[in-house]
Each structure stands twice: as C-alpha cells, then as structure tokens.
Design a protein around this ligand. Structure first.
Ligand SMILES: NC(=O)c1ccc[n+]([C@@H]2O[C@H](COP(=O)([O-])OP(=O)(O)OC[C@H]3O[C@@H](n4cnc5c(N)ncnc54)[C@H](O)[C@@H]3O)[C@@H](O)[C@H]2O)c1
Ligand SMILES: CC(C)=CCC[C@@H](C)[C@H]1CC[C@H]2C3=C(CC[C@]12C)[C@@]1(C)CC[C@H](O)[C@@H](C(=O)O)[C@@H]1CC3
Length: 345
C-alpha cells in the first residue's frame, strides 16, 4: 500500500536527469529549493542536493527506490531520436512508461510531468501555428515519433483525480542550448564535411527552435500548476520560444557564429527528399553487410524543408508561460558554449 508523500514536499525525481534537458531541469530545480532524486541508466555528473540512482526505467524495483518520499516526478528519458531501433523505442517509450506510471502509483507519487514532443502531430507536411487540438500523426515520420505518441497517450490517460494522481505533458520543439549533444554537433559535423552549402526548398519555411531554459521553465510551471482543480490535468502543452524563425536562418546564425559559411545554394525539396528516401532504402537493404549513417535522412529533410511551428497560447493562458530567454540571446549563449566546435578548433 502506497504511503502518500506530504503534498507540497520539495523532493522530486527526474527520470532521464543525466541527459541534455534533464540536467538543465535538475539545475533549475536545485536553484528553486527542490532536492532531486535522479534516475538514469548512466551518470554524467554529480551535484550537491542530487541523489543519483542508476537503473533502467523498465525495471520497476529500481524505479521504486528512486521514488521513495517523492511527490513529483519528471519523466524526460528517451532513446536518442536518431536511432532506428524500433524494439528499443517500444521497450523504453511504451513499456517503460507503463512501468513508470505503475511505479508512481505504487510509490504514492501525486504528480507526473512527461516530456513529450510537438512532433507527435507532425507527419512531414507543413504545420503552421499548430494548436494542441491537432490530431496525433496518423503516419508518424519515424519510430521515435510513433512511440512518443503512445507514451503521451499513456501518461495523459493515467491522470486520475479520485486516486490523487495528476499528469500533464509538455511538448517542446527543437530544443537547443549549451551541452545539446544533437542539433549543433550534427550541424557542425555536416558543415565540416562540406555538406552545409545547400538550402533545401526556397528557404522560407518557419520553424520553432526552443532555448532549453524556456523548456525547463515550462516544465516547472506545469508541475507547480498541477492541482486537482486546475484545467491542466491530463492535457498536453506546447512550449516554444514563441518566435518562429526560418529554418535556414537559424542554421545560418549558428554556423556563422561558429565561423562556418552559411548555406547558399537552393535545391528542390522533392528532389532532396526523394534522394534521402533512396539512400535510406539502400542503407536498409545493405545493413547486414555494411553500416553507414547518412546525414540527410528523410526525417531530417522533412524537418529542414517544411513549416513546423506551434502555438503556445494554451500554456500562456493556463500556466502563465512566457519565454524567459529570447531566441537571439539563446543563440548567442549556445554559440559561446561550443568553443571546441568553432571552425579551426
Ligand atoms: N532534444 C529535443 O530537441 C527534444 C525536443 C522535444 C522533446 N524532446 C524530449 O525531451 C526528452 C529529453 O531529451 P534530450 O534531448 O535531453 O535527450 P538525451 O538523450 O540527452 O536525454 C535522455 C536521457 O534518457 C536516458 N535514458 C534513455 N533510456 C533510458 C532508460 N531505459 N532508463 C533510464 N534512462 C534512460 C539517457 O541515458 C539520457 O540521459 C526526451 O523525452 C525527448 O523525447 C527532446
Ligand atoms: C539539415 C541538417 C543536416 C541539419 C542538422 C540539424 C538537425 C540535426 C536538427 C534540425 C532540426 C532538429 C530536430 C530534431 C533532431 C535534430 C534536428 C533534425 C528533433 C527530431 C529531435 C527530437 C524532438 O522530439 C523533435 C521535436 O519535436 O522537437 C526535434 C525536431 C527538430
């Protein structure tokens, strides 16, 4: 039988707290007076006020020791989106999330905040100012997105006011910032290999890129507004910088900031998408004989050549959300944080 933790207790758990977003979240929670139980399959740092628990979130017993005396849980663990391992995504994002929910119920946790993704509604075609009432993608662009959809449904459906278990999902989009292992490093790697000379499409497509501190701010606001009488229970919330930018302008600002040339030559979107699809098919056919990871996957081409920006009006209205760091400032801080990725470094 679960012992309920005192509501308002400032002890929380961050599942996936060793990752990019997780660590920024942990640091802000500590600043705000929380003590943190960090659960992850790997340890990437140590901090006073953080108790580290190493384990796989599919293991309920391991989770239970991390959730002891915890009233609030943030779940921001996931396999890397660039992986194409369907079984891993299903095991961690679907079965693992069911285990997280069951462990929360067993441990008497009262609030669960999931890091979902705005991509749960993205099918590879334009989304302009998308609101939370858009239907989930019927044809998700990859296994990552497919399992993020199932994960979000599980968490939101688990919201149960009579049982005193409240849930909410945050849907960020294109998170960037210091220590991001994905966006800036992939971009620089492509530039160093001479692959960032081209703009896919006419280059006017607007996209959301969200500075990591704004995403953290959205998570903490959601946790602190999650009460039985609040409209946010069981709902998803887009969290963005609220400053959509042309995809290629964002890429150019980061590249030029790090000393690389901005992409200049235009290529037709359908041609590049077709080539990426062909390459993907070839790597799939040849994968038993050779391993090769193309930079331009169909998913990346779709993200680079379409509109995908989202409204965060609902978060403003229900959570009092407002970005705390502008896009310009976020890009400047990010560029300054990667001296080792500068041209010639
Ligand atoms: N980075 C983005 O642009 C972005 C955008 C929208 C949503 N998200 C979501 O934000 C969350 C955090 O993403 P991130 O960019 O910080 O990724 P990340 O890879 O840096 O962090 C994920 C963490 O989860 C941990 N993890 C993975 N499998 C685990 C398991 N079985 N058990 C325990 N821990 C496990 C990893 O070790 C890692 O520390 C993810 O849920 C992701 O889907 C990310
Ligand atoms: C054209 C090219 C090679 C650009 C390099 C940058 C990309 C690696 C980068 C641009 C947009 C990014 C993005 C994601 C991964 C990295 C990019 C493709 C996500 C798919 C990561 C997972 C998140 O949940 C998605 C989200 O909804 O925010 C990201 C969408 C943007």
């Amino acid at each position: 039988m679960a012992t309920r933790v005192r509501p308002g207790s400032k002890r929380c758990a961050v599942i996936g707290g060793s990752g990019f977003l997780g660590r920024h979240l942990v640091e802000k929670l500590l600043d705000r007076g929380y003590s943190v139980s960090l659960f992850d399959i790997r340890q990437s740092y140590e901090l006073p006020g953080v108790t580290f628990h190493q384990g796989d979130l599919c293991d309920k017993q391991a989770l239970l020791s991390a959730l002891k005396d915890v009233s609030l849980v943030f779940h921001c663990a996931s396999p890397a989106p660039s992986s194409d391992d369907r079984l891993l995504f299903e095991r961690v994002n679907i079965q693992g999330t069911q285990t997280v929910i069951q462990a929360c119920l067993d441990a008497g946790v009262q609030k669960l905040v999931l890091t979902s993704s705005a991509s749960v509604v993205f099918e590879g075609t334009d989304v302009k100012n998308g609101k939370e009432d858009l239907p989930y993608a019927k044809k998700p662009i990859d296994y990552y997105t497919q399992t993020k959809i199932e994960q979000e449904k599980l968490v939101l459906e688990a919201c149960n006011k009579p049982k005193g278990f409240l849930t909410v999902a945050i849907r960020p989009h294109g998170i960037f910032g210091p220590r991001d292992p994905q966006l800036v490093p992939t971009l620089v790697d492509a530039a160093r290999r001479g692959k960032m000379k081209f703009i896919i499409g006419d280059g006017t497509n607007l996209v959301d890129f969200t500075y990591v501190e704004n995403v953290v701010h959205g998570h903490i606001l959601a946790a602190e507004h999650l009460r039985a009488d609040s409209p946010i229970c069981g709902k998803p919330y887009h969290i963005t910088n609220d400053e959509p930018i042309r995809f290629w302008d964002f890429m150019s600002e980061v590249l030029v900031g790090l000393g690389y040339a901005a992409p200049r030559f235009h290529l037709p979107y359908t041609l590049v998408y077709g080539l990426a699809l062909l390459l993907w098919l070839l790597t799939w056919i040849l994968h038993p004989f050779m391993s090769f990871k193309p930079t331009f996957t169909p998913m990346r081409v779709a993200l680079a050549g379409t509109y995908h920006y989202y409204s965060c009006e609902r978060a403003k209205e229900h959570l009092g959300y407002k970005p705390v760091v502008s896009l310009k400032e976020g890009i400047a801080r990010t560029v300054a944080s990667y001296p080792h990725l500068r041209r010639g470094a």
